[in-house]
Ligand binder design. Structure first.
Ligand code: 5GP
Length: 197
């Protein structure tokens, strides 16, 4: 089944949406979609977030995240270096402001992959941003993916599933929903929304 866009973007067809926010519950496959998209279009720039979470096996500092401790994160917040930040399942995550603004000023499309709270903050500070929600094909499938990832302890999975219920209820706040039935289809839809392909 193809990815099915639900709803329509308020951006006029001739305007070029520059800032796109991809959100959706933990485990839905946002990172997989983004990784696939960048394989096909390596020129698409994705913001690298700062986080206090510990790296998962294979995650690299400066590539997947900037892994920082609590004190460093406090400093980023205090110095106004984050465009938005949120606490998610016991860790803090934030988008470095400067890199995003530099890309936007250069007229390049920018993609943020962040949680619901962050998406709401971006909407407030940058109303022209395009908000895209990635939904799972079903709740059971989300549970299966989150559990099957095998990288999180049971209590962390519980916290993420509780957060997922809240995130799923917010789908209507987004401009567009893509249902993650196929990574290739969703990546293609996302590129089309970003007007990259
Ligand atoms: P994970 O720990 O699975 O990598 O990420 C947990 C959640 O934090 C995901 O929903 C992810 O999209 C979100 N996230 C990652 N970076 C940021 C960020 O910079 N800001 C916000 N608000 N959420 C983020």
């Amino acid at each position: 089944m193809a990815a099915s866009p639900r709803g329509s973007s308020p951006v006029p067809p001739d305007a070029r949406p520059r800032l796109t926010v991809l959100s959706g519950p933990s485990g839905v496959g946002k990172s997989t979609v983004v990784a696939h998209m960048r394989k096909v279009h390596p020129e698409v720039w994705l913001s690298v977030s700062a986080t206090t979470r510990k790296p998962r096996p294979g995650e690299r500092h400066g590539v997947h995240y900037f892994f920082v401790d609590d004190e460093e994160f406090d400093k980023l917040v205090a110095n106004g270096e984050l465009l938005e930040w949120a606490e998610f399942a016991g860790n803090r995550y934030g988008t470095p402001r400067r890199a995003v603004l530099d890309r936007l000023e250069a007229g390049e499309p920018v993609l943020l992959e962040i949680d619901l709270q962050g998406a709401r903050l971006v909407r407030e500070s940058m109303p022209e941003a395009q908000l895209v929600f990635l939904a799972p094909p079903s709740w059971d499938e989300l549970v299966r993916r989150l559990t099957g990832r095998g990288t999180e302890a049971p209590e962390v999975i519980e916290r993420r599933l509780a957060a997922a219920k809240i995130e799923l209820a917010a789908e209507a706040e987004f401009d567009t929903t893509l249902v993650n039935t196929s990574v290739e289809d969703v990546a293609r839809e996302l590129l089309a929304l970003m007007k990259v392909a």
